[in-house]
Design a protein around this ligand. Structure first.
Ligand code: ADP
Length: 582
């Protein structure tokens, strides 16, 4: 209960902070809505009675009634626009908070499928408009409901006290239905988080150009389409089942309400026949009772659906409140002596085995280290641990005596550059694709052109120029896989960092170009400390040391000559590859 109350206060606080104008208009609007039925009932009673008094009186009350009606209609129109626009603005703010959270989450959280479910639930909350519903429902309850019920009840109580219990009883089923149905809807939608993600994933296979191509070639498009249909039918049938039960419960509630309305007409009629009230008041009573029923119904429905809306809102806040990447503030200005990797081990959250086990090695400033090993031997994981992108399970990574976890991450990342095998193909201009790694030099044409030349992309530069859009999402020039890889290397080199990590960024290039690029890279990085993951042993003659990985362990570490003389794993890999190129 306390959690729901805190969630409610938070949603309300955000509403008043983000769109204060809309909040005030909403308050005024619901106040008018609350008072309107009572005012209407009083005016109607006067109007019906005026018909008996004379034409002048009828005209007078008729004009007042019309003026109130027109003024309220205009206000409703104006308030509708303001409230709609404010709701959109508020929704954008909530979405922005989700983006902000993604930017600050520790990378390790991305390995966790629980995070994806939490994100899906936060998105569902936004998609269903639940945060907006919380404010709207509570305002409706507190203002329209309470104010409307009190004011109309006061009017009706003048004629008979029976109207109020009659009204409450006739609409009570709505609240019970809303409480039960709202909870069921929340449970259904929440349980669907994983299924919804799967559906989006399958859909993505069709909309993504590369996967779509492969599906066609394999003739698997119909199969995946069927999978998507099955997933959709499964989720939709659960929602439709809920909608069916909702509809039945509403029909029953409506039946109850109509019986109550009939009882009200009978009561008003008996009061009129007994001479307790005039004919004008009889008409007004019936109108006021209908208004009272509608107000009470709103109050109960809003009250009944509020717990479910708050549960959705709590899910949203659970996601946006996830903790930031921890960052301690030890300042760092670049490597001075060495990086020591001391007995580190790491296991991915959903894995049963360590990806890296008890690994120790030292990288001295200026050294070029190649990391070699078969697929799955832990090379990529090692580089992520080295850069503090993943937290070690045990051991430590120490830069000049400072644990990487204790460094000010912003300052630290300013001194490193990395090119991963899953590099990004930015659908931006050629210039931006390079300079995004150092945006302060976005207009340094000479440096950008040099980076392109160094990565053997001078032809591309001549052909399309720095301003050309890349990727075909908006009709720009698309590049070959190899060109995208060279671009990623150029981007990594453009960043003025003294420590650089290359994670197999050359695998899409043919062996000759690959060797050429890597040789060039080693030459360009001569003043830098570099760690290069490569499956190409040819590179190993050019580097200072080679780390050979196997099953998450560092099995050999030393120069090419040292490792060859050991005649171990490195020699095996070296000889196997030499045969391919003979
Ligand atoms: P390499 O770069 O040498 O191919 P990786 O570092 O990518 O090896 O992977 C090392 C081990 O960790 C492999 O067994 C791989 O299956 C596992 N692994 C890699 N990424 C993940 C992940 N995100 N979640 C779980 N296990 C992973």
């Amino acid at each position: 209960m306390k959690k729901k109350w805190n969630t409610y206060l938070r949603v309300l606080g955000i509403f008043f902070r983000v769109v204060p104008g809309t909040a005030i208009v909403t308050l005024v609007h619901y106040t008018i809505q609350g008072l309107f039925p009572a005012v209407t009932a009083l005016l109607l009673a006067r109007l019906f009675d005026a018909a008996e008094i004379g034409a002048e009186s009828l005209l007078f009350y008729g004009m007042i009634y019309l003026a109130v009606y027109v003024a309220v209609s205009f206000w409703n129109f104006f308030a509708g626009i303001v409230m709609e626009t404010g709701a959109d603005k508020n929704q954008v703010n909530y979405r922005y908070e989700i983006c902000k959270r993604f930017a600050k989450l520790p990378l390790i959280d991305f390995e966790n499928s629980e995070l994806k479910d939490k994100h899906q639930r936060a998105e569902t909350c936004l998609y269903q408009g639940m945060l907006h519903r919380v404010t709207r429902s509570s305002f409706q309850m507190a203002i329209v409901g309470v104010m409307g019920i009190v004011s109309v009840s006061l009017v009706l109580a003048q004629y008979s006290l029976w109207f109020l219990p009659l009204c409450l009883l006739s609409v009570l089923p709505y609240v019970i239905a809303r409480l039960v149905r709202g909870e069921k809807f929340y449970q259904t939608v929440t349980a669907q988080a994983k299924k919804m993600r799967r559906m989006q994933y399958l859909w993505g296979l069709f909309t993504d150009r590369r996967t779509n191509k492969e599906l066609r070639v394999f003739g698997a498009d119909d199969y995946i389409l069927q999978q998507w249909r099955n997933a959709r039918d499964e989720t939709q049938s659960e929602i439709w089942e809920q909608a069916r039960k909702d509809a039945i419960s509403f029909v029953l509630c409506d039946g109850f309400r109509i019986i109550g309305y009939g009882a009200c007409i009978a009561l008003a009629l008996s009061l009129t026949l007994s001479g307790t009230v005039s004919v004008g008041v009889f008409g007004a009573c019936i109108a006021a009772f209908a208004a009272l029923q509608s107000q009470t119904m709103h109050l109960l429905i809003s009250g009944g659906s509020l717990p479910a809306s708050l549960a959705f809102a709590a899910d949203y806040f659970e996601f946006v409140d996830l903790p930031d990447e921890p960052s301690c503030g030890v300042s760092y200005s670049g490597l001075k002596n060495r990086v020591e990797i001391k007995n580190i081990s790491f296991k991915y959250p959903n894995a049963s085995e360590n990806a890296v086990t008890d690994l120790t090695l030292t990288i001295c400033k200026g050294e070029k280290i190649a990391v070699l090993g078969e697929n799955g031997s832990g090379k990529t994981t090692l580089t992520k641990l080295l850069l503090g992108l993943l937290p070690v399970s045990s051991g430590e990574v120490v830069y000049d005596g400072l644990n990487v976890n204790d460094l000010d991450k912003t300052a630290f990342y300013r001194t490193v550059s990395a090119v991963s095998q899953n590099f990004v193909r930015y659908t931006l201009s050629l210039r931006e694709n390079i300079a995004i790694s150092d945006i302060d030099r976005m207009n340094d044409d000479a440096a950008i052109e040099k980076a392109l030349n160094d990565a053997e992309l001078s032809n591309l530069l001549d052909e399309i120029g720095l301003g050309a859009e890349l990727g075909n999402a908006y009709g720009g020039s698309d590049l070959s896989g190899g060109q995208w890889q060279k671009l990623a290397i150029a981007r990594g080199l453009f960043r003025p960092s003294e420590f650089i990590v290359l994670d197999e960024p050359t695998s899409a290039l043919d062996p000759l170009i690959e060797t050429e690029i890597l040789e060039k890279f080693i030459e360009l990085a001569k003043d830098k400390t570099a760690v290069i993951i490569s499956h190409r042993v040819g590179l190993c003659r050019l580097v200072d040391k080679i780390a050979v990985m196997k099953d998450g362990n560092l099995v050999e570490f030393g120069s090419h000559a040292e490792l060859i003389s050991k005649n171990g794993e490195y020699t095996r890999l070296f000889e196997a590859q030499e045969k391919w190129y003979k």
